[in-house]
Design a protein around this ligand. Structure first.
Ligand code: FE2
Ligand code: FE2
Length: 280
């Protein structure tokens, strides 16, 4: 099966006025996606719930399967997001996700990963993931506490209402899910937050906020089998890395954030969208 791997659709940036304008979706699909059997999206589809549902249901008519994880923007429950007004206020992020799940449940080819599943004999797993603040400690030598303090003013803490917005509880919850997923030896794994092993671009290396985008993933990567694909997102530069784990297995890490074309995501690593079309 051919699979197109991407993240960070941010479709609400493109249809601020008319959430039902199919021509916006068609233009987006034509410009930024590629035809395949499966479309994998590693989170950040839309802050706006209705645009999220409209886009995912529409794009599901173009692929045999649309398989996605939630990103930090999809967890937004505030009335006024940066990019689109959210028609219904949600008291918790999980309530919003439940409404999205419910609306999309009539489409059998749309799958939200919050655990492991098997699609046509291929084990697949995914979850949002979470930053672990460790880059502040090990990369910047500033201490984790400083990053945790700074996170109080960060976008996620402002727009989420999830597990009391306690970042350590959210991290533990995501780590538990990842451990379970990794133990199933998936062929494909999706997380919105990125394994730091993909590398931080030098232009961002000195920023404390870089510790909000990644987590140290060696313990998971070391348990994965040869030729596993790990699709992630959240940062704005496209990247591709063949990581060799402690057993000598190759893990292909793919980061293809397509919703920020003005930032020229492919330029820095000399990639193009066809680099994210895989065959499994
Ligand atoms: Fe994003
Ligand atoms: Fe994100």
């Amino acid at each position: 099966m051919n699979c197109y791997c991407c993240s960070d659709i941010h479709i609400d940036h493109y249809c601020k006025k008319n959430i039902n304008d199919i021509s916006v979706f068609d233009t987006y699909i034509e410009k930024y996606l590629l035809p395949a059997d499966i479309l994998f999206i590693a989170g950040d589809i839309s802050d706006n719930k209705d645009i999220f549902i409209n886009f995912v249901s529409y794009v599901s008519s173009k692929y045999k399967y649309v398989i996605y994880t939630i990103g930090n923007h999809d967890m937004n429950v505030r009335k006024n997001s940066l990019y689109a007004t959210i028609p219904k206020y949600y008291s918790t992020s999980l309530q919003k996700l439940a409404d999205i799940d419910n609306a999309l449940s009539i489409f059998p080819n749309i799958i939200r990963l919050n655990n492991s599943t098997i699609i046509e004999n291929v084990p697949i797993g995914g979850t949002m993931g979470m930053c672990d603040f460790e880059y502040a400690e090990h990369g910047l030598h500033l201490g984790k506490q400083l990053a945790l303090c700074e996170w109080q003013t960060w976008y996620d803490n402002i727009v989420w209402n999830h597990m009391n917005n306690d970042p350590i509880s959210i991290l533990n919850d995501e780590q538990n899910k990842l451990n379970i997923i990794v133990n199933t030896k998936p062929k494909i794994i999706l997380t919105h937050f990125a394994p730091i092993e993909i590398g931080i671009q030098p232009k961002y290396a000195k920023y404390l906020t870089s510790s909000f985008f990644y987590f140290y993933a060696k313990k998971y990567l070391d348990n994965l089998g040869n030729d596993t694909y790990w699709i992630c997102g959240h940062t704005h530069d496209a990247a591709k890395l063949d990581y060799i784990n402690s057993s000598g297995n190759v893990i292909h890490i793919l980061l293809n954030p397509i919703g920020y074309p003005s930032e020229l995501p492919y330029d820095i690593n000399n990639l193009s969208k066809s680099d994210f079309l895989i065959n499994i």
